[in-house]
Design a protein around this ligand. Structure first.
Ligand code: S3P
Length: 431
């Protein structure tokens, strides 16, 4: 199989206005909760990336009717909490960790048998983090290496509630347990060391379920019922991040990104880039369907290095690859710490970005839980590698637009997992 590659030249003047595609995390939750709701849910702006299509297909396999009457408009005929049907084949999550982890929580409490698998990358990612707490709720899950790796085999059963203190701030772990908690008698509670993205909580609330939220904790009662709703998915801040950083580091740029989700559990990237002296303005902020949205105006800026650690890390978790590109051209040193989770994403993002940024001439030091990046005036065009990770691929493309000479990014078909059309949109805004 030949893998796609993309060649780029240095650009100036990233200009224009555009709406980034729907948020991937919120799209997963809309599909899941819409399928479990009573009645009809209409979705506008669903993310069309492969990851979301995996979740959509899984529900179709479980008997949920999902139609697309117009481009970007979806209708789900929800089957209620107990209306899913045994899938007749293995559910394939592809590259999508969110599909696998959230659905494993949900499948644990069904009255049927299911098997869930994923691609080469996902079958190497740790599942014990969900299998352990779910098993203590009574779930019957088997997997390779003592349940740590997919394929996972799930014998649905009656679950017990749990009061779980998660050792990691992970929305996937939290959400898997909350979904299982819907099928347990009593109150299921999850605490996390600091707040991870809270879209599941907001989506449950929007569909009318009773939730109790503490500082870094959330409880759900078994049997909560959802009512079908109309949803407009906000733009994905994690996709916007590539344009935000590109506009900050490409000379003469000014862009307006419209209707981007600015949920505070996701806006670490904005806080950090502003602290790096980025000219970023948040305009027209409003709340829709329990999620804050806003327009984001960005202008080329002289960035300065910063230190990132603590509560900012889970709020920025998917943005470290593109942040490391911003740090590569910032004045001074940027230090990232407490981000060991990056090692178990679609690829080991600490190792991948350290290795690839060095090819652009950047001085990078790798730590077990982060990296230190010495910014430089100019990046050197090079041939670099995504390791099959969509966010690494898009980050390296942005570096290539700022670098002198020619850059070739290898293995770019993975971009379709979250952002089909990324290259065309980015190139249409550059000059
Ligand atoms: C996601 C949660 C995050 C994030 C992933 C999407 C979600 O993972 O990295 O891309 O939709 O819940 P963790 O919760 O494992 O940190």
């Amino acid at each position: 199989m030949t893998l796609e590659k993309i060649a780029l030249e240095r650009k100036t003047h990233l200009k224009g206005e555009f709406a980034v595609p729907g948020d991937k995390s919120i799209s997963h939750r809309a599909l899941i909760v819409g399928s479990l709701a009573n009645g009809r849910t209409r979705i506008e702006g669903l993310s069309m990336g492969d990851d979301n299509m995996r979740t959509l297909n899984a529900f179709r396999m479980m008997g949920v009717e999902i139609e697309e009457p117009g481009r970007g408009q979806w209708i789900i005929n929800g089957r209620g909490l107990h209306g899913l049907r045994e899938p007749e084949n293995v559910i394939d999550s592809g590259n999508s960790g969110t599909t696998m982890r959230l659905l494993t929580g949900l499948l644990s409490g069904q009255r049927f048998f299911s098997v869930i698998t994923g691609d080469n990358s996902l079958r190497k990612r740790p599942m014990k983090r969900i299998v352990e707490p779910l098993s203590s709720m009574g779930a019957k899950i088997l997997g390779r290496k003592n349940g740590n790796y997919a394929p996972l085999v799930i014998n649905g059963t009656k679950l017990e509630p749990i009061n779980y203190a998660s050792p990691i701030a992970s929305a996937q772990v939290k959400s898997a347990i909350l979904l299982a908690g819907l099928y347990a008698d009593g109150v299921t509670k999850v605490r996390e060391p600091s707040l991870s993205r809270d879209h599941t909580e907001r989506m449950f609330g929007f569909f009318g379920a009773n939730l109790e939220r503490g500082d870094n904790s959330v409880s759900v009662s078994g049997g909560a019922s959802f009512e079908g709703r109309d949803i407009e998915i906000p733009g994905d801040i994690s996709s916007a991040a590539f344009f935000i950083v590109a506009a900050l580091i490409i000379p003469g740029s000014e862009i307006l990104l419209t209707r981007v989700g600015v949920n505070p559990s996701r806006t670490g990237i904005l806080e950090i880039l502003k602290e790096m002296n980025g000219k970023i303005e948040i305009l027209n902020k409003e709340e829709k369907m329990g999620e804050p949205i806003a327009d984001i105006l960005v202008k080329t800026s002289h960035l300065r290095g910063v230190t990132i650690e603590g509560r900012l890390v889970p709020k920025t978790i998917d943005e470290f690859p593109i942040l490391s590109v911003a740090a590569s051209v910032a004045e001074g040193l940027t230090v990232i710490r407490g981000a060991k989770e990056l090692r178990v994403k679609e690829t080991d993002r600490i190792a991948a970005m350290t290795r690839e940024l060095k090819k652009f001439g950047v001085a990078v030091e790798e730590f077990e839980d982060g990296m230190a990046i010495s910014g430089r005036e100019d990046l050197r065009g090079c041939e670099c590698q995504s390791f099959g990770d969509h966010r690494v691929a898009m980050s390296l493309m942005v570096a290539g637009l700022r670098a002198s000479g020619r850059t070739v990014v290898l293995d770019t078909s993975c971009i379709g997992t979250s952002f089909p059309g990324f290259k065309d949109i980015m190139l249409s805004l550059t000059h």
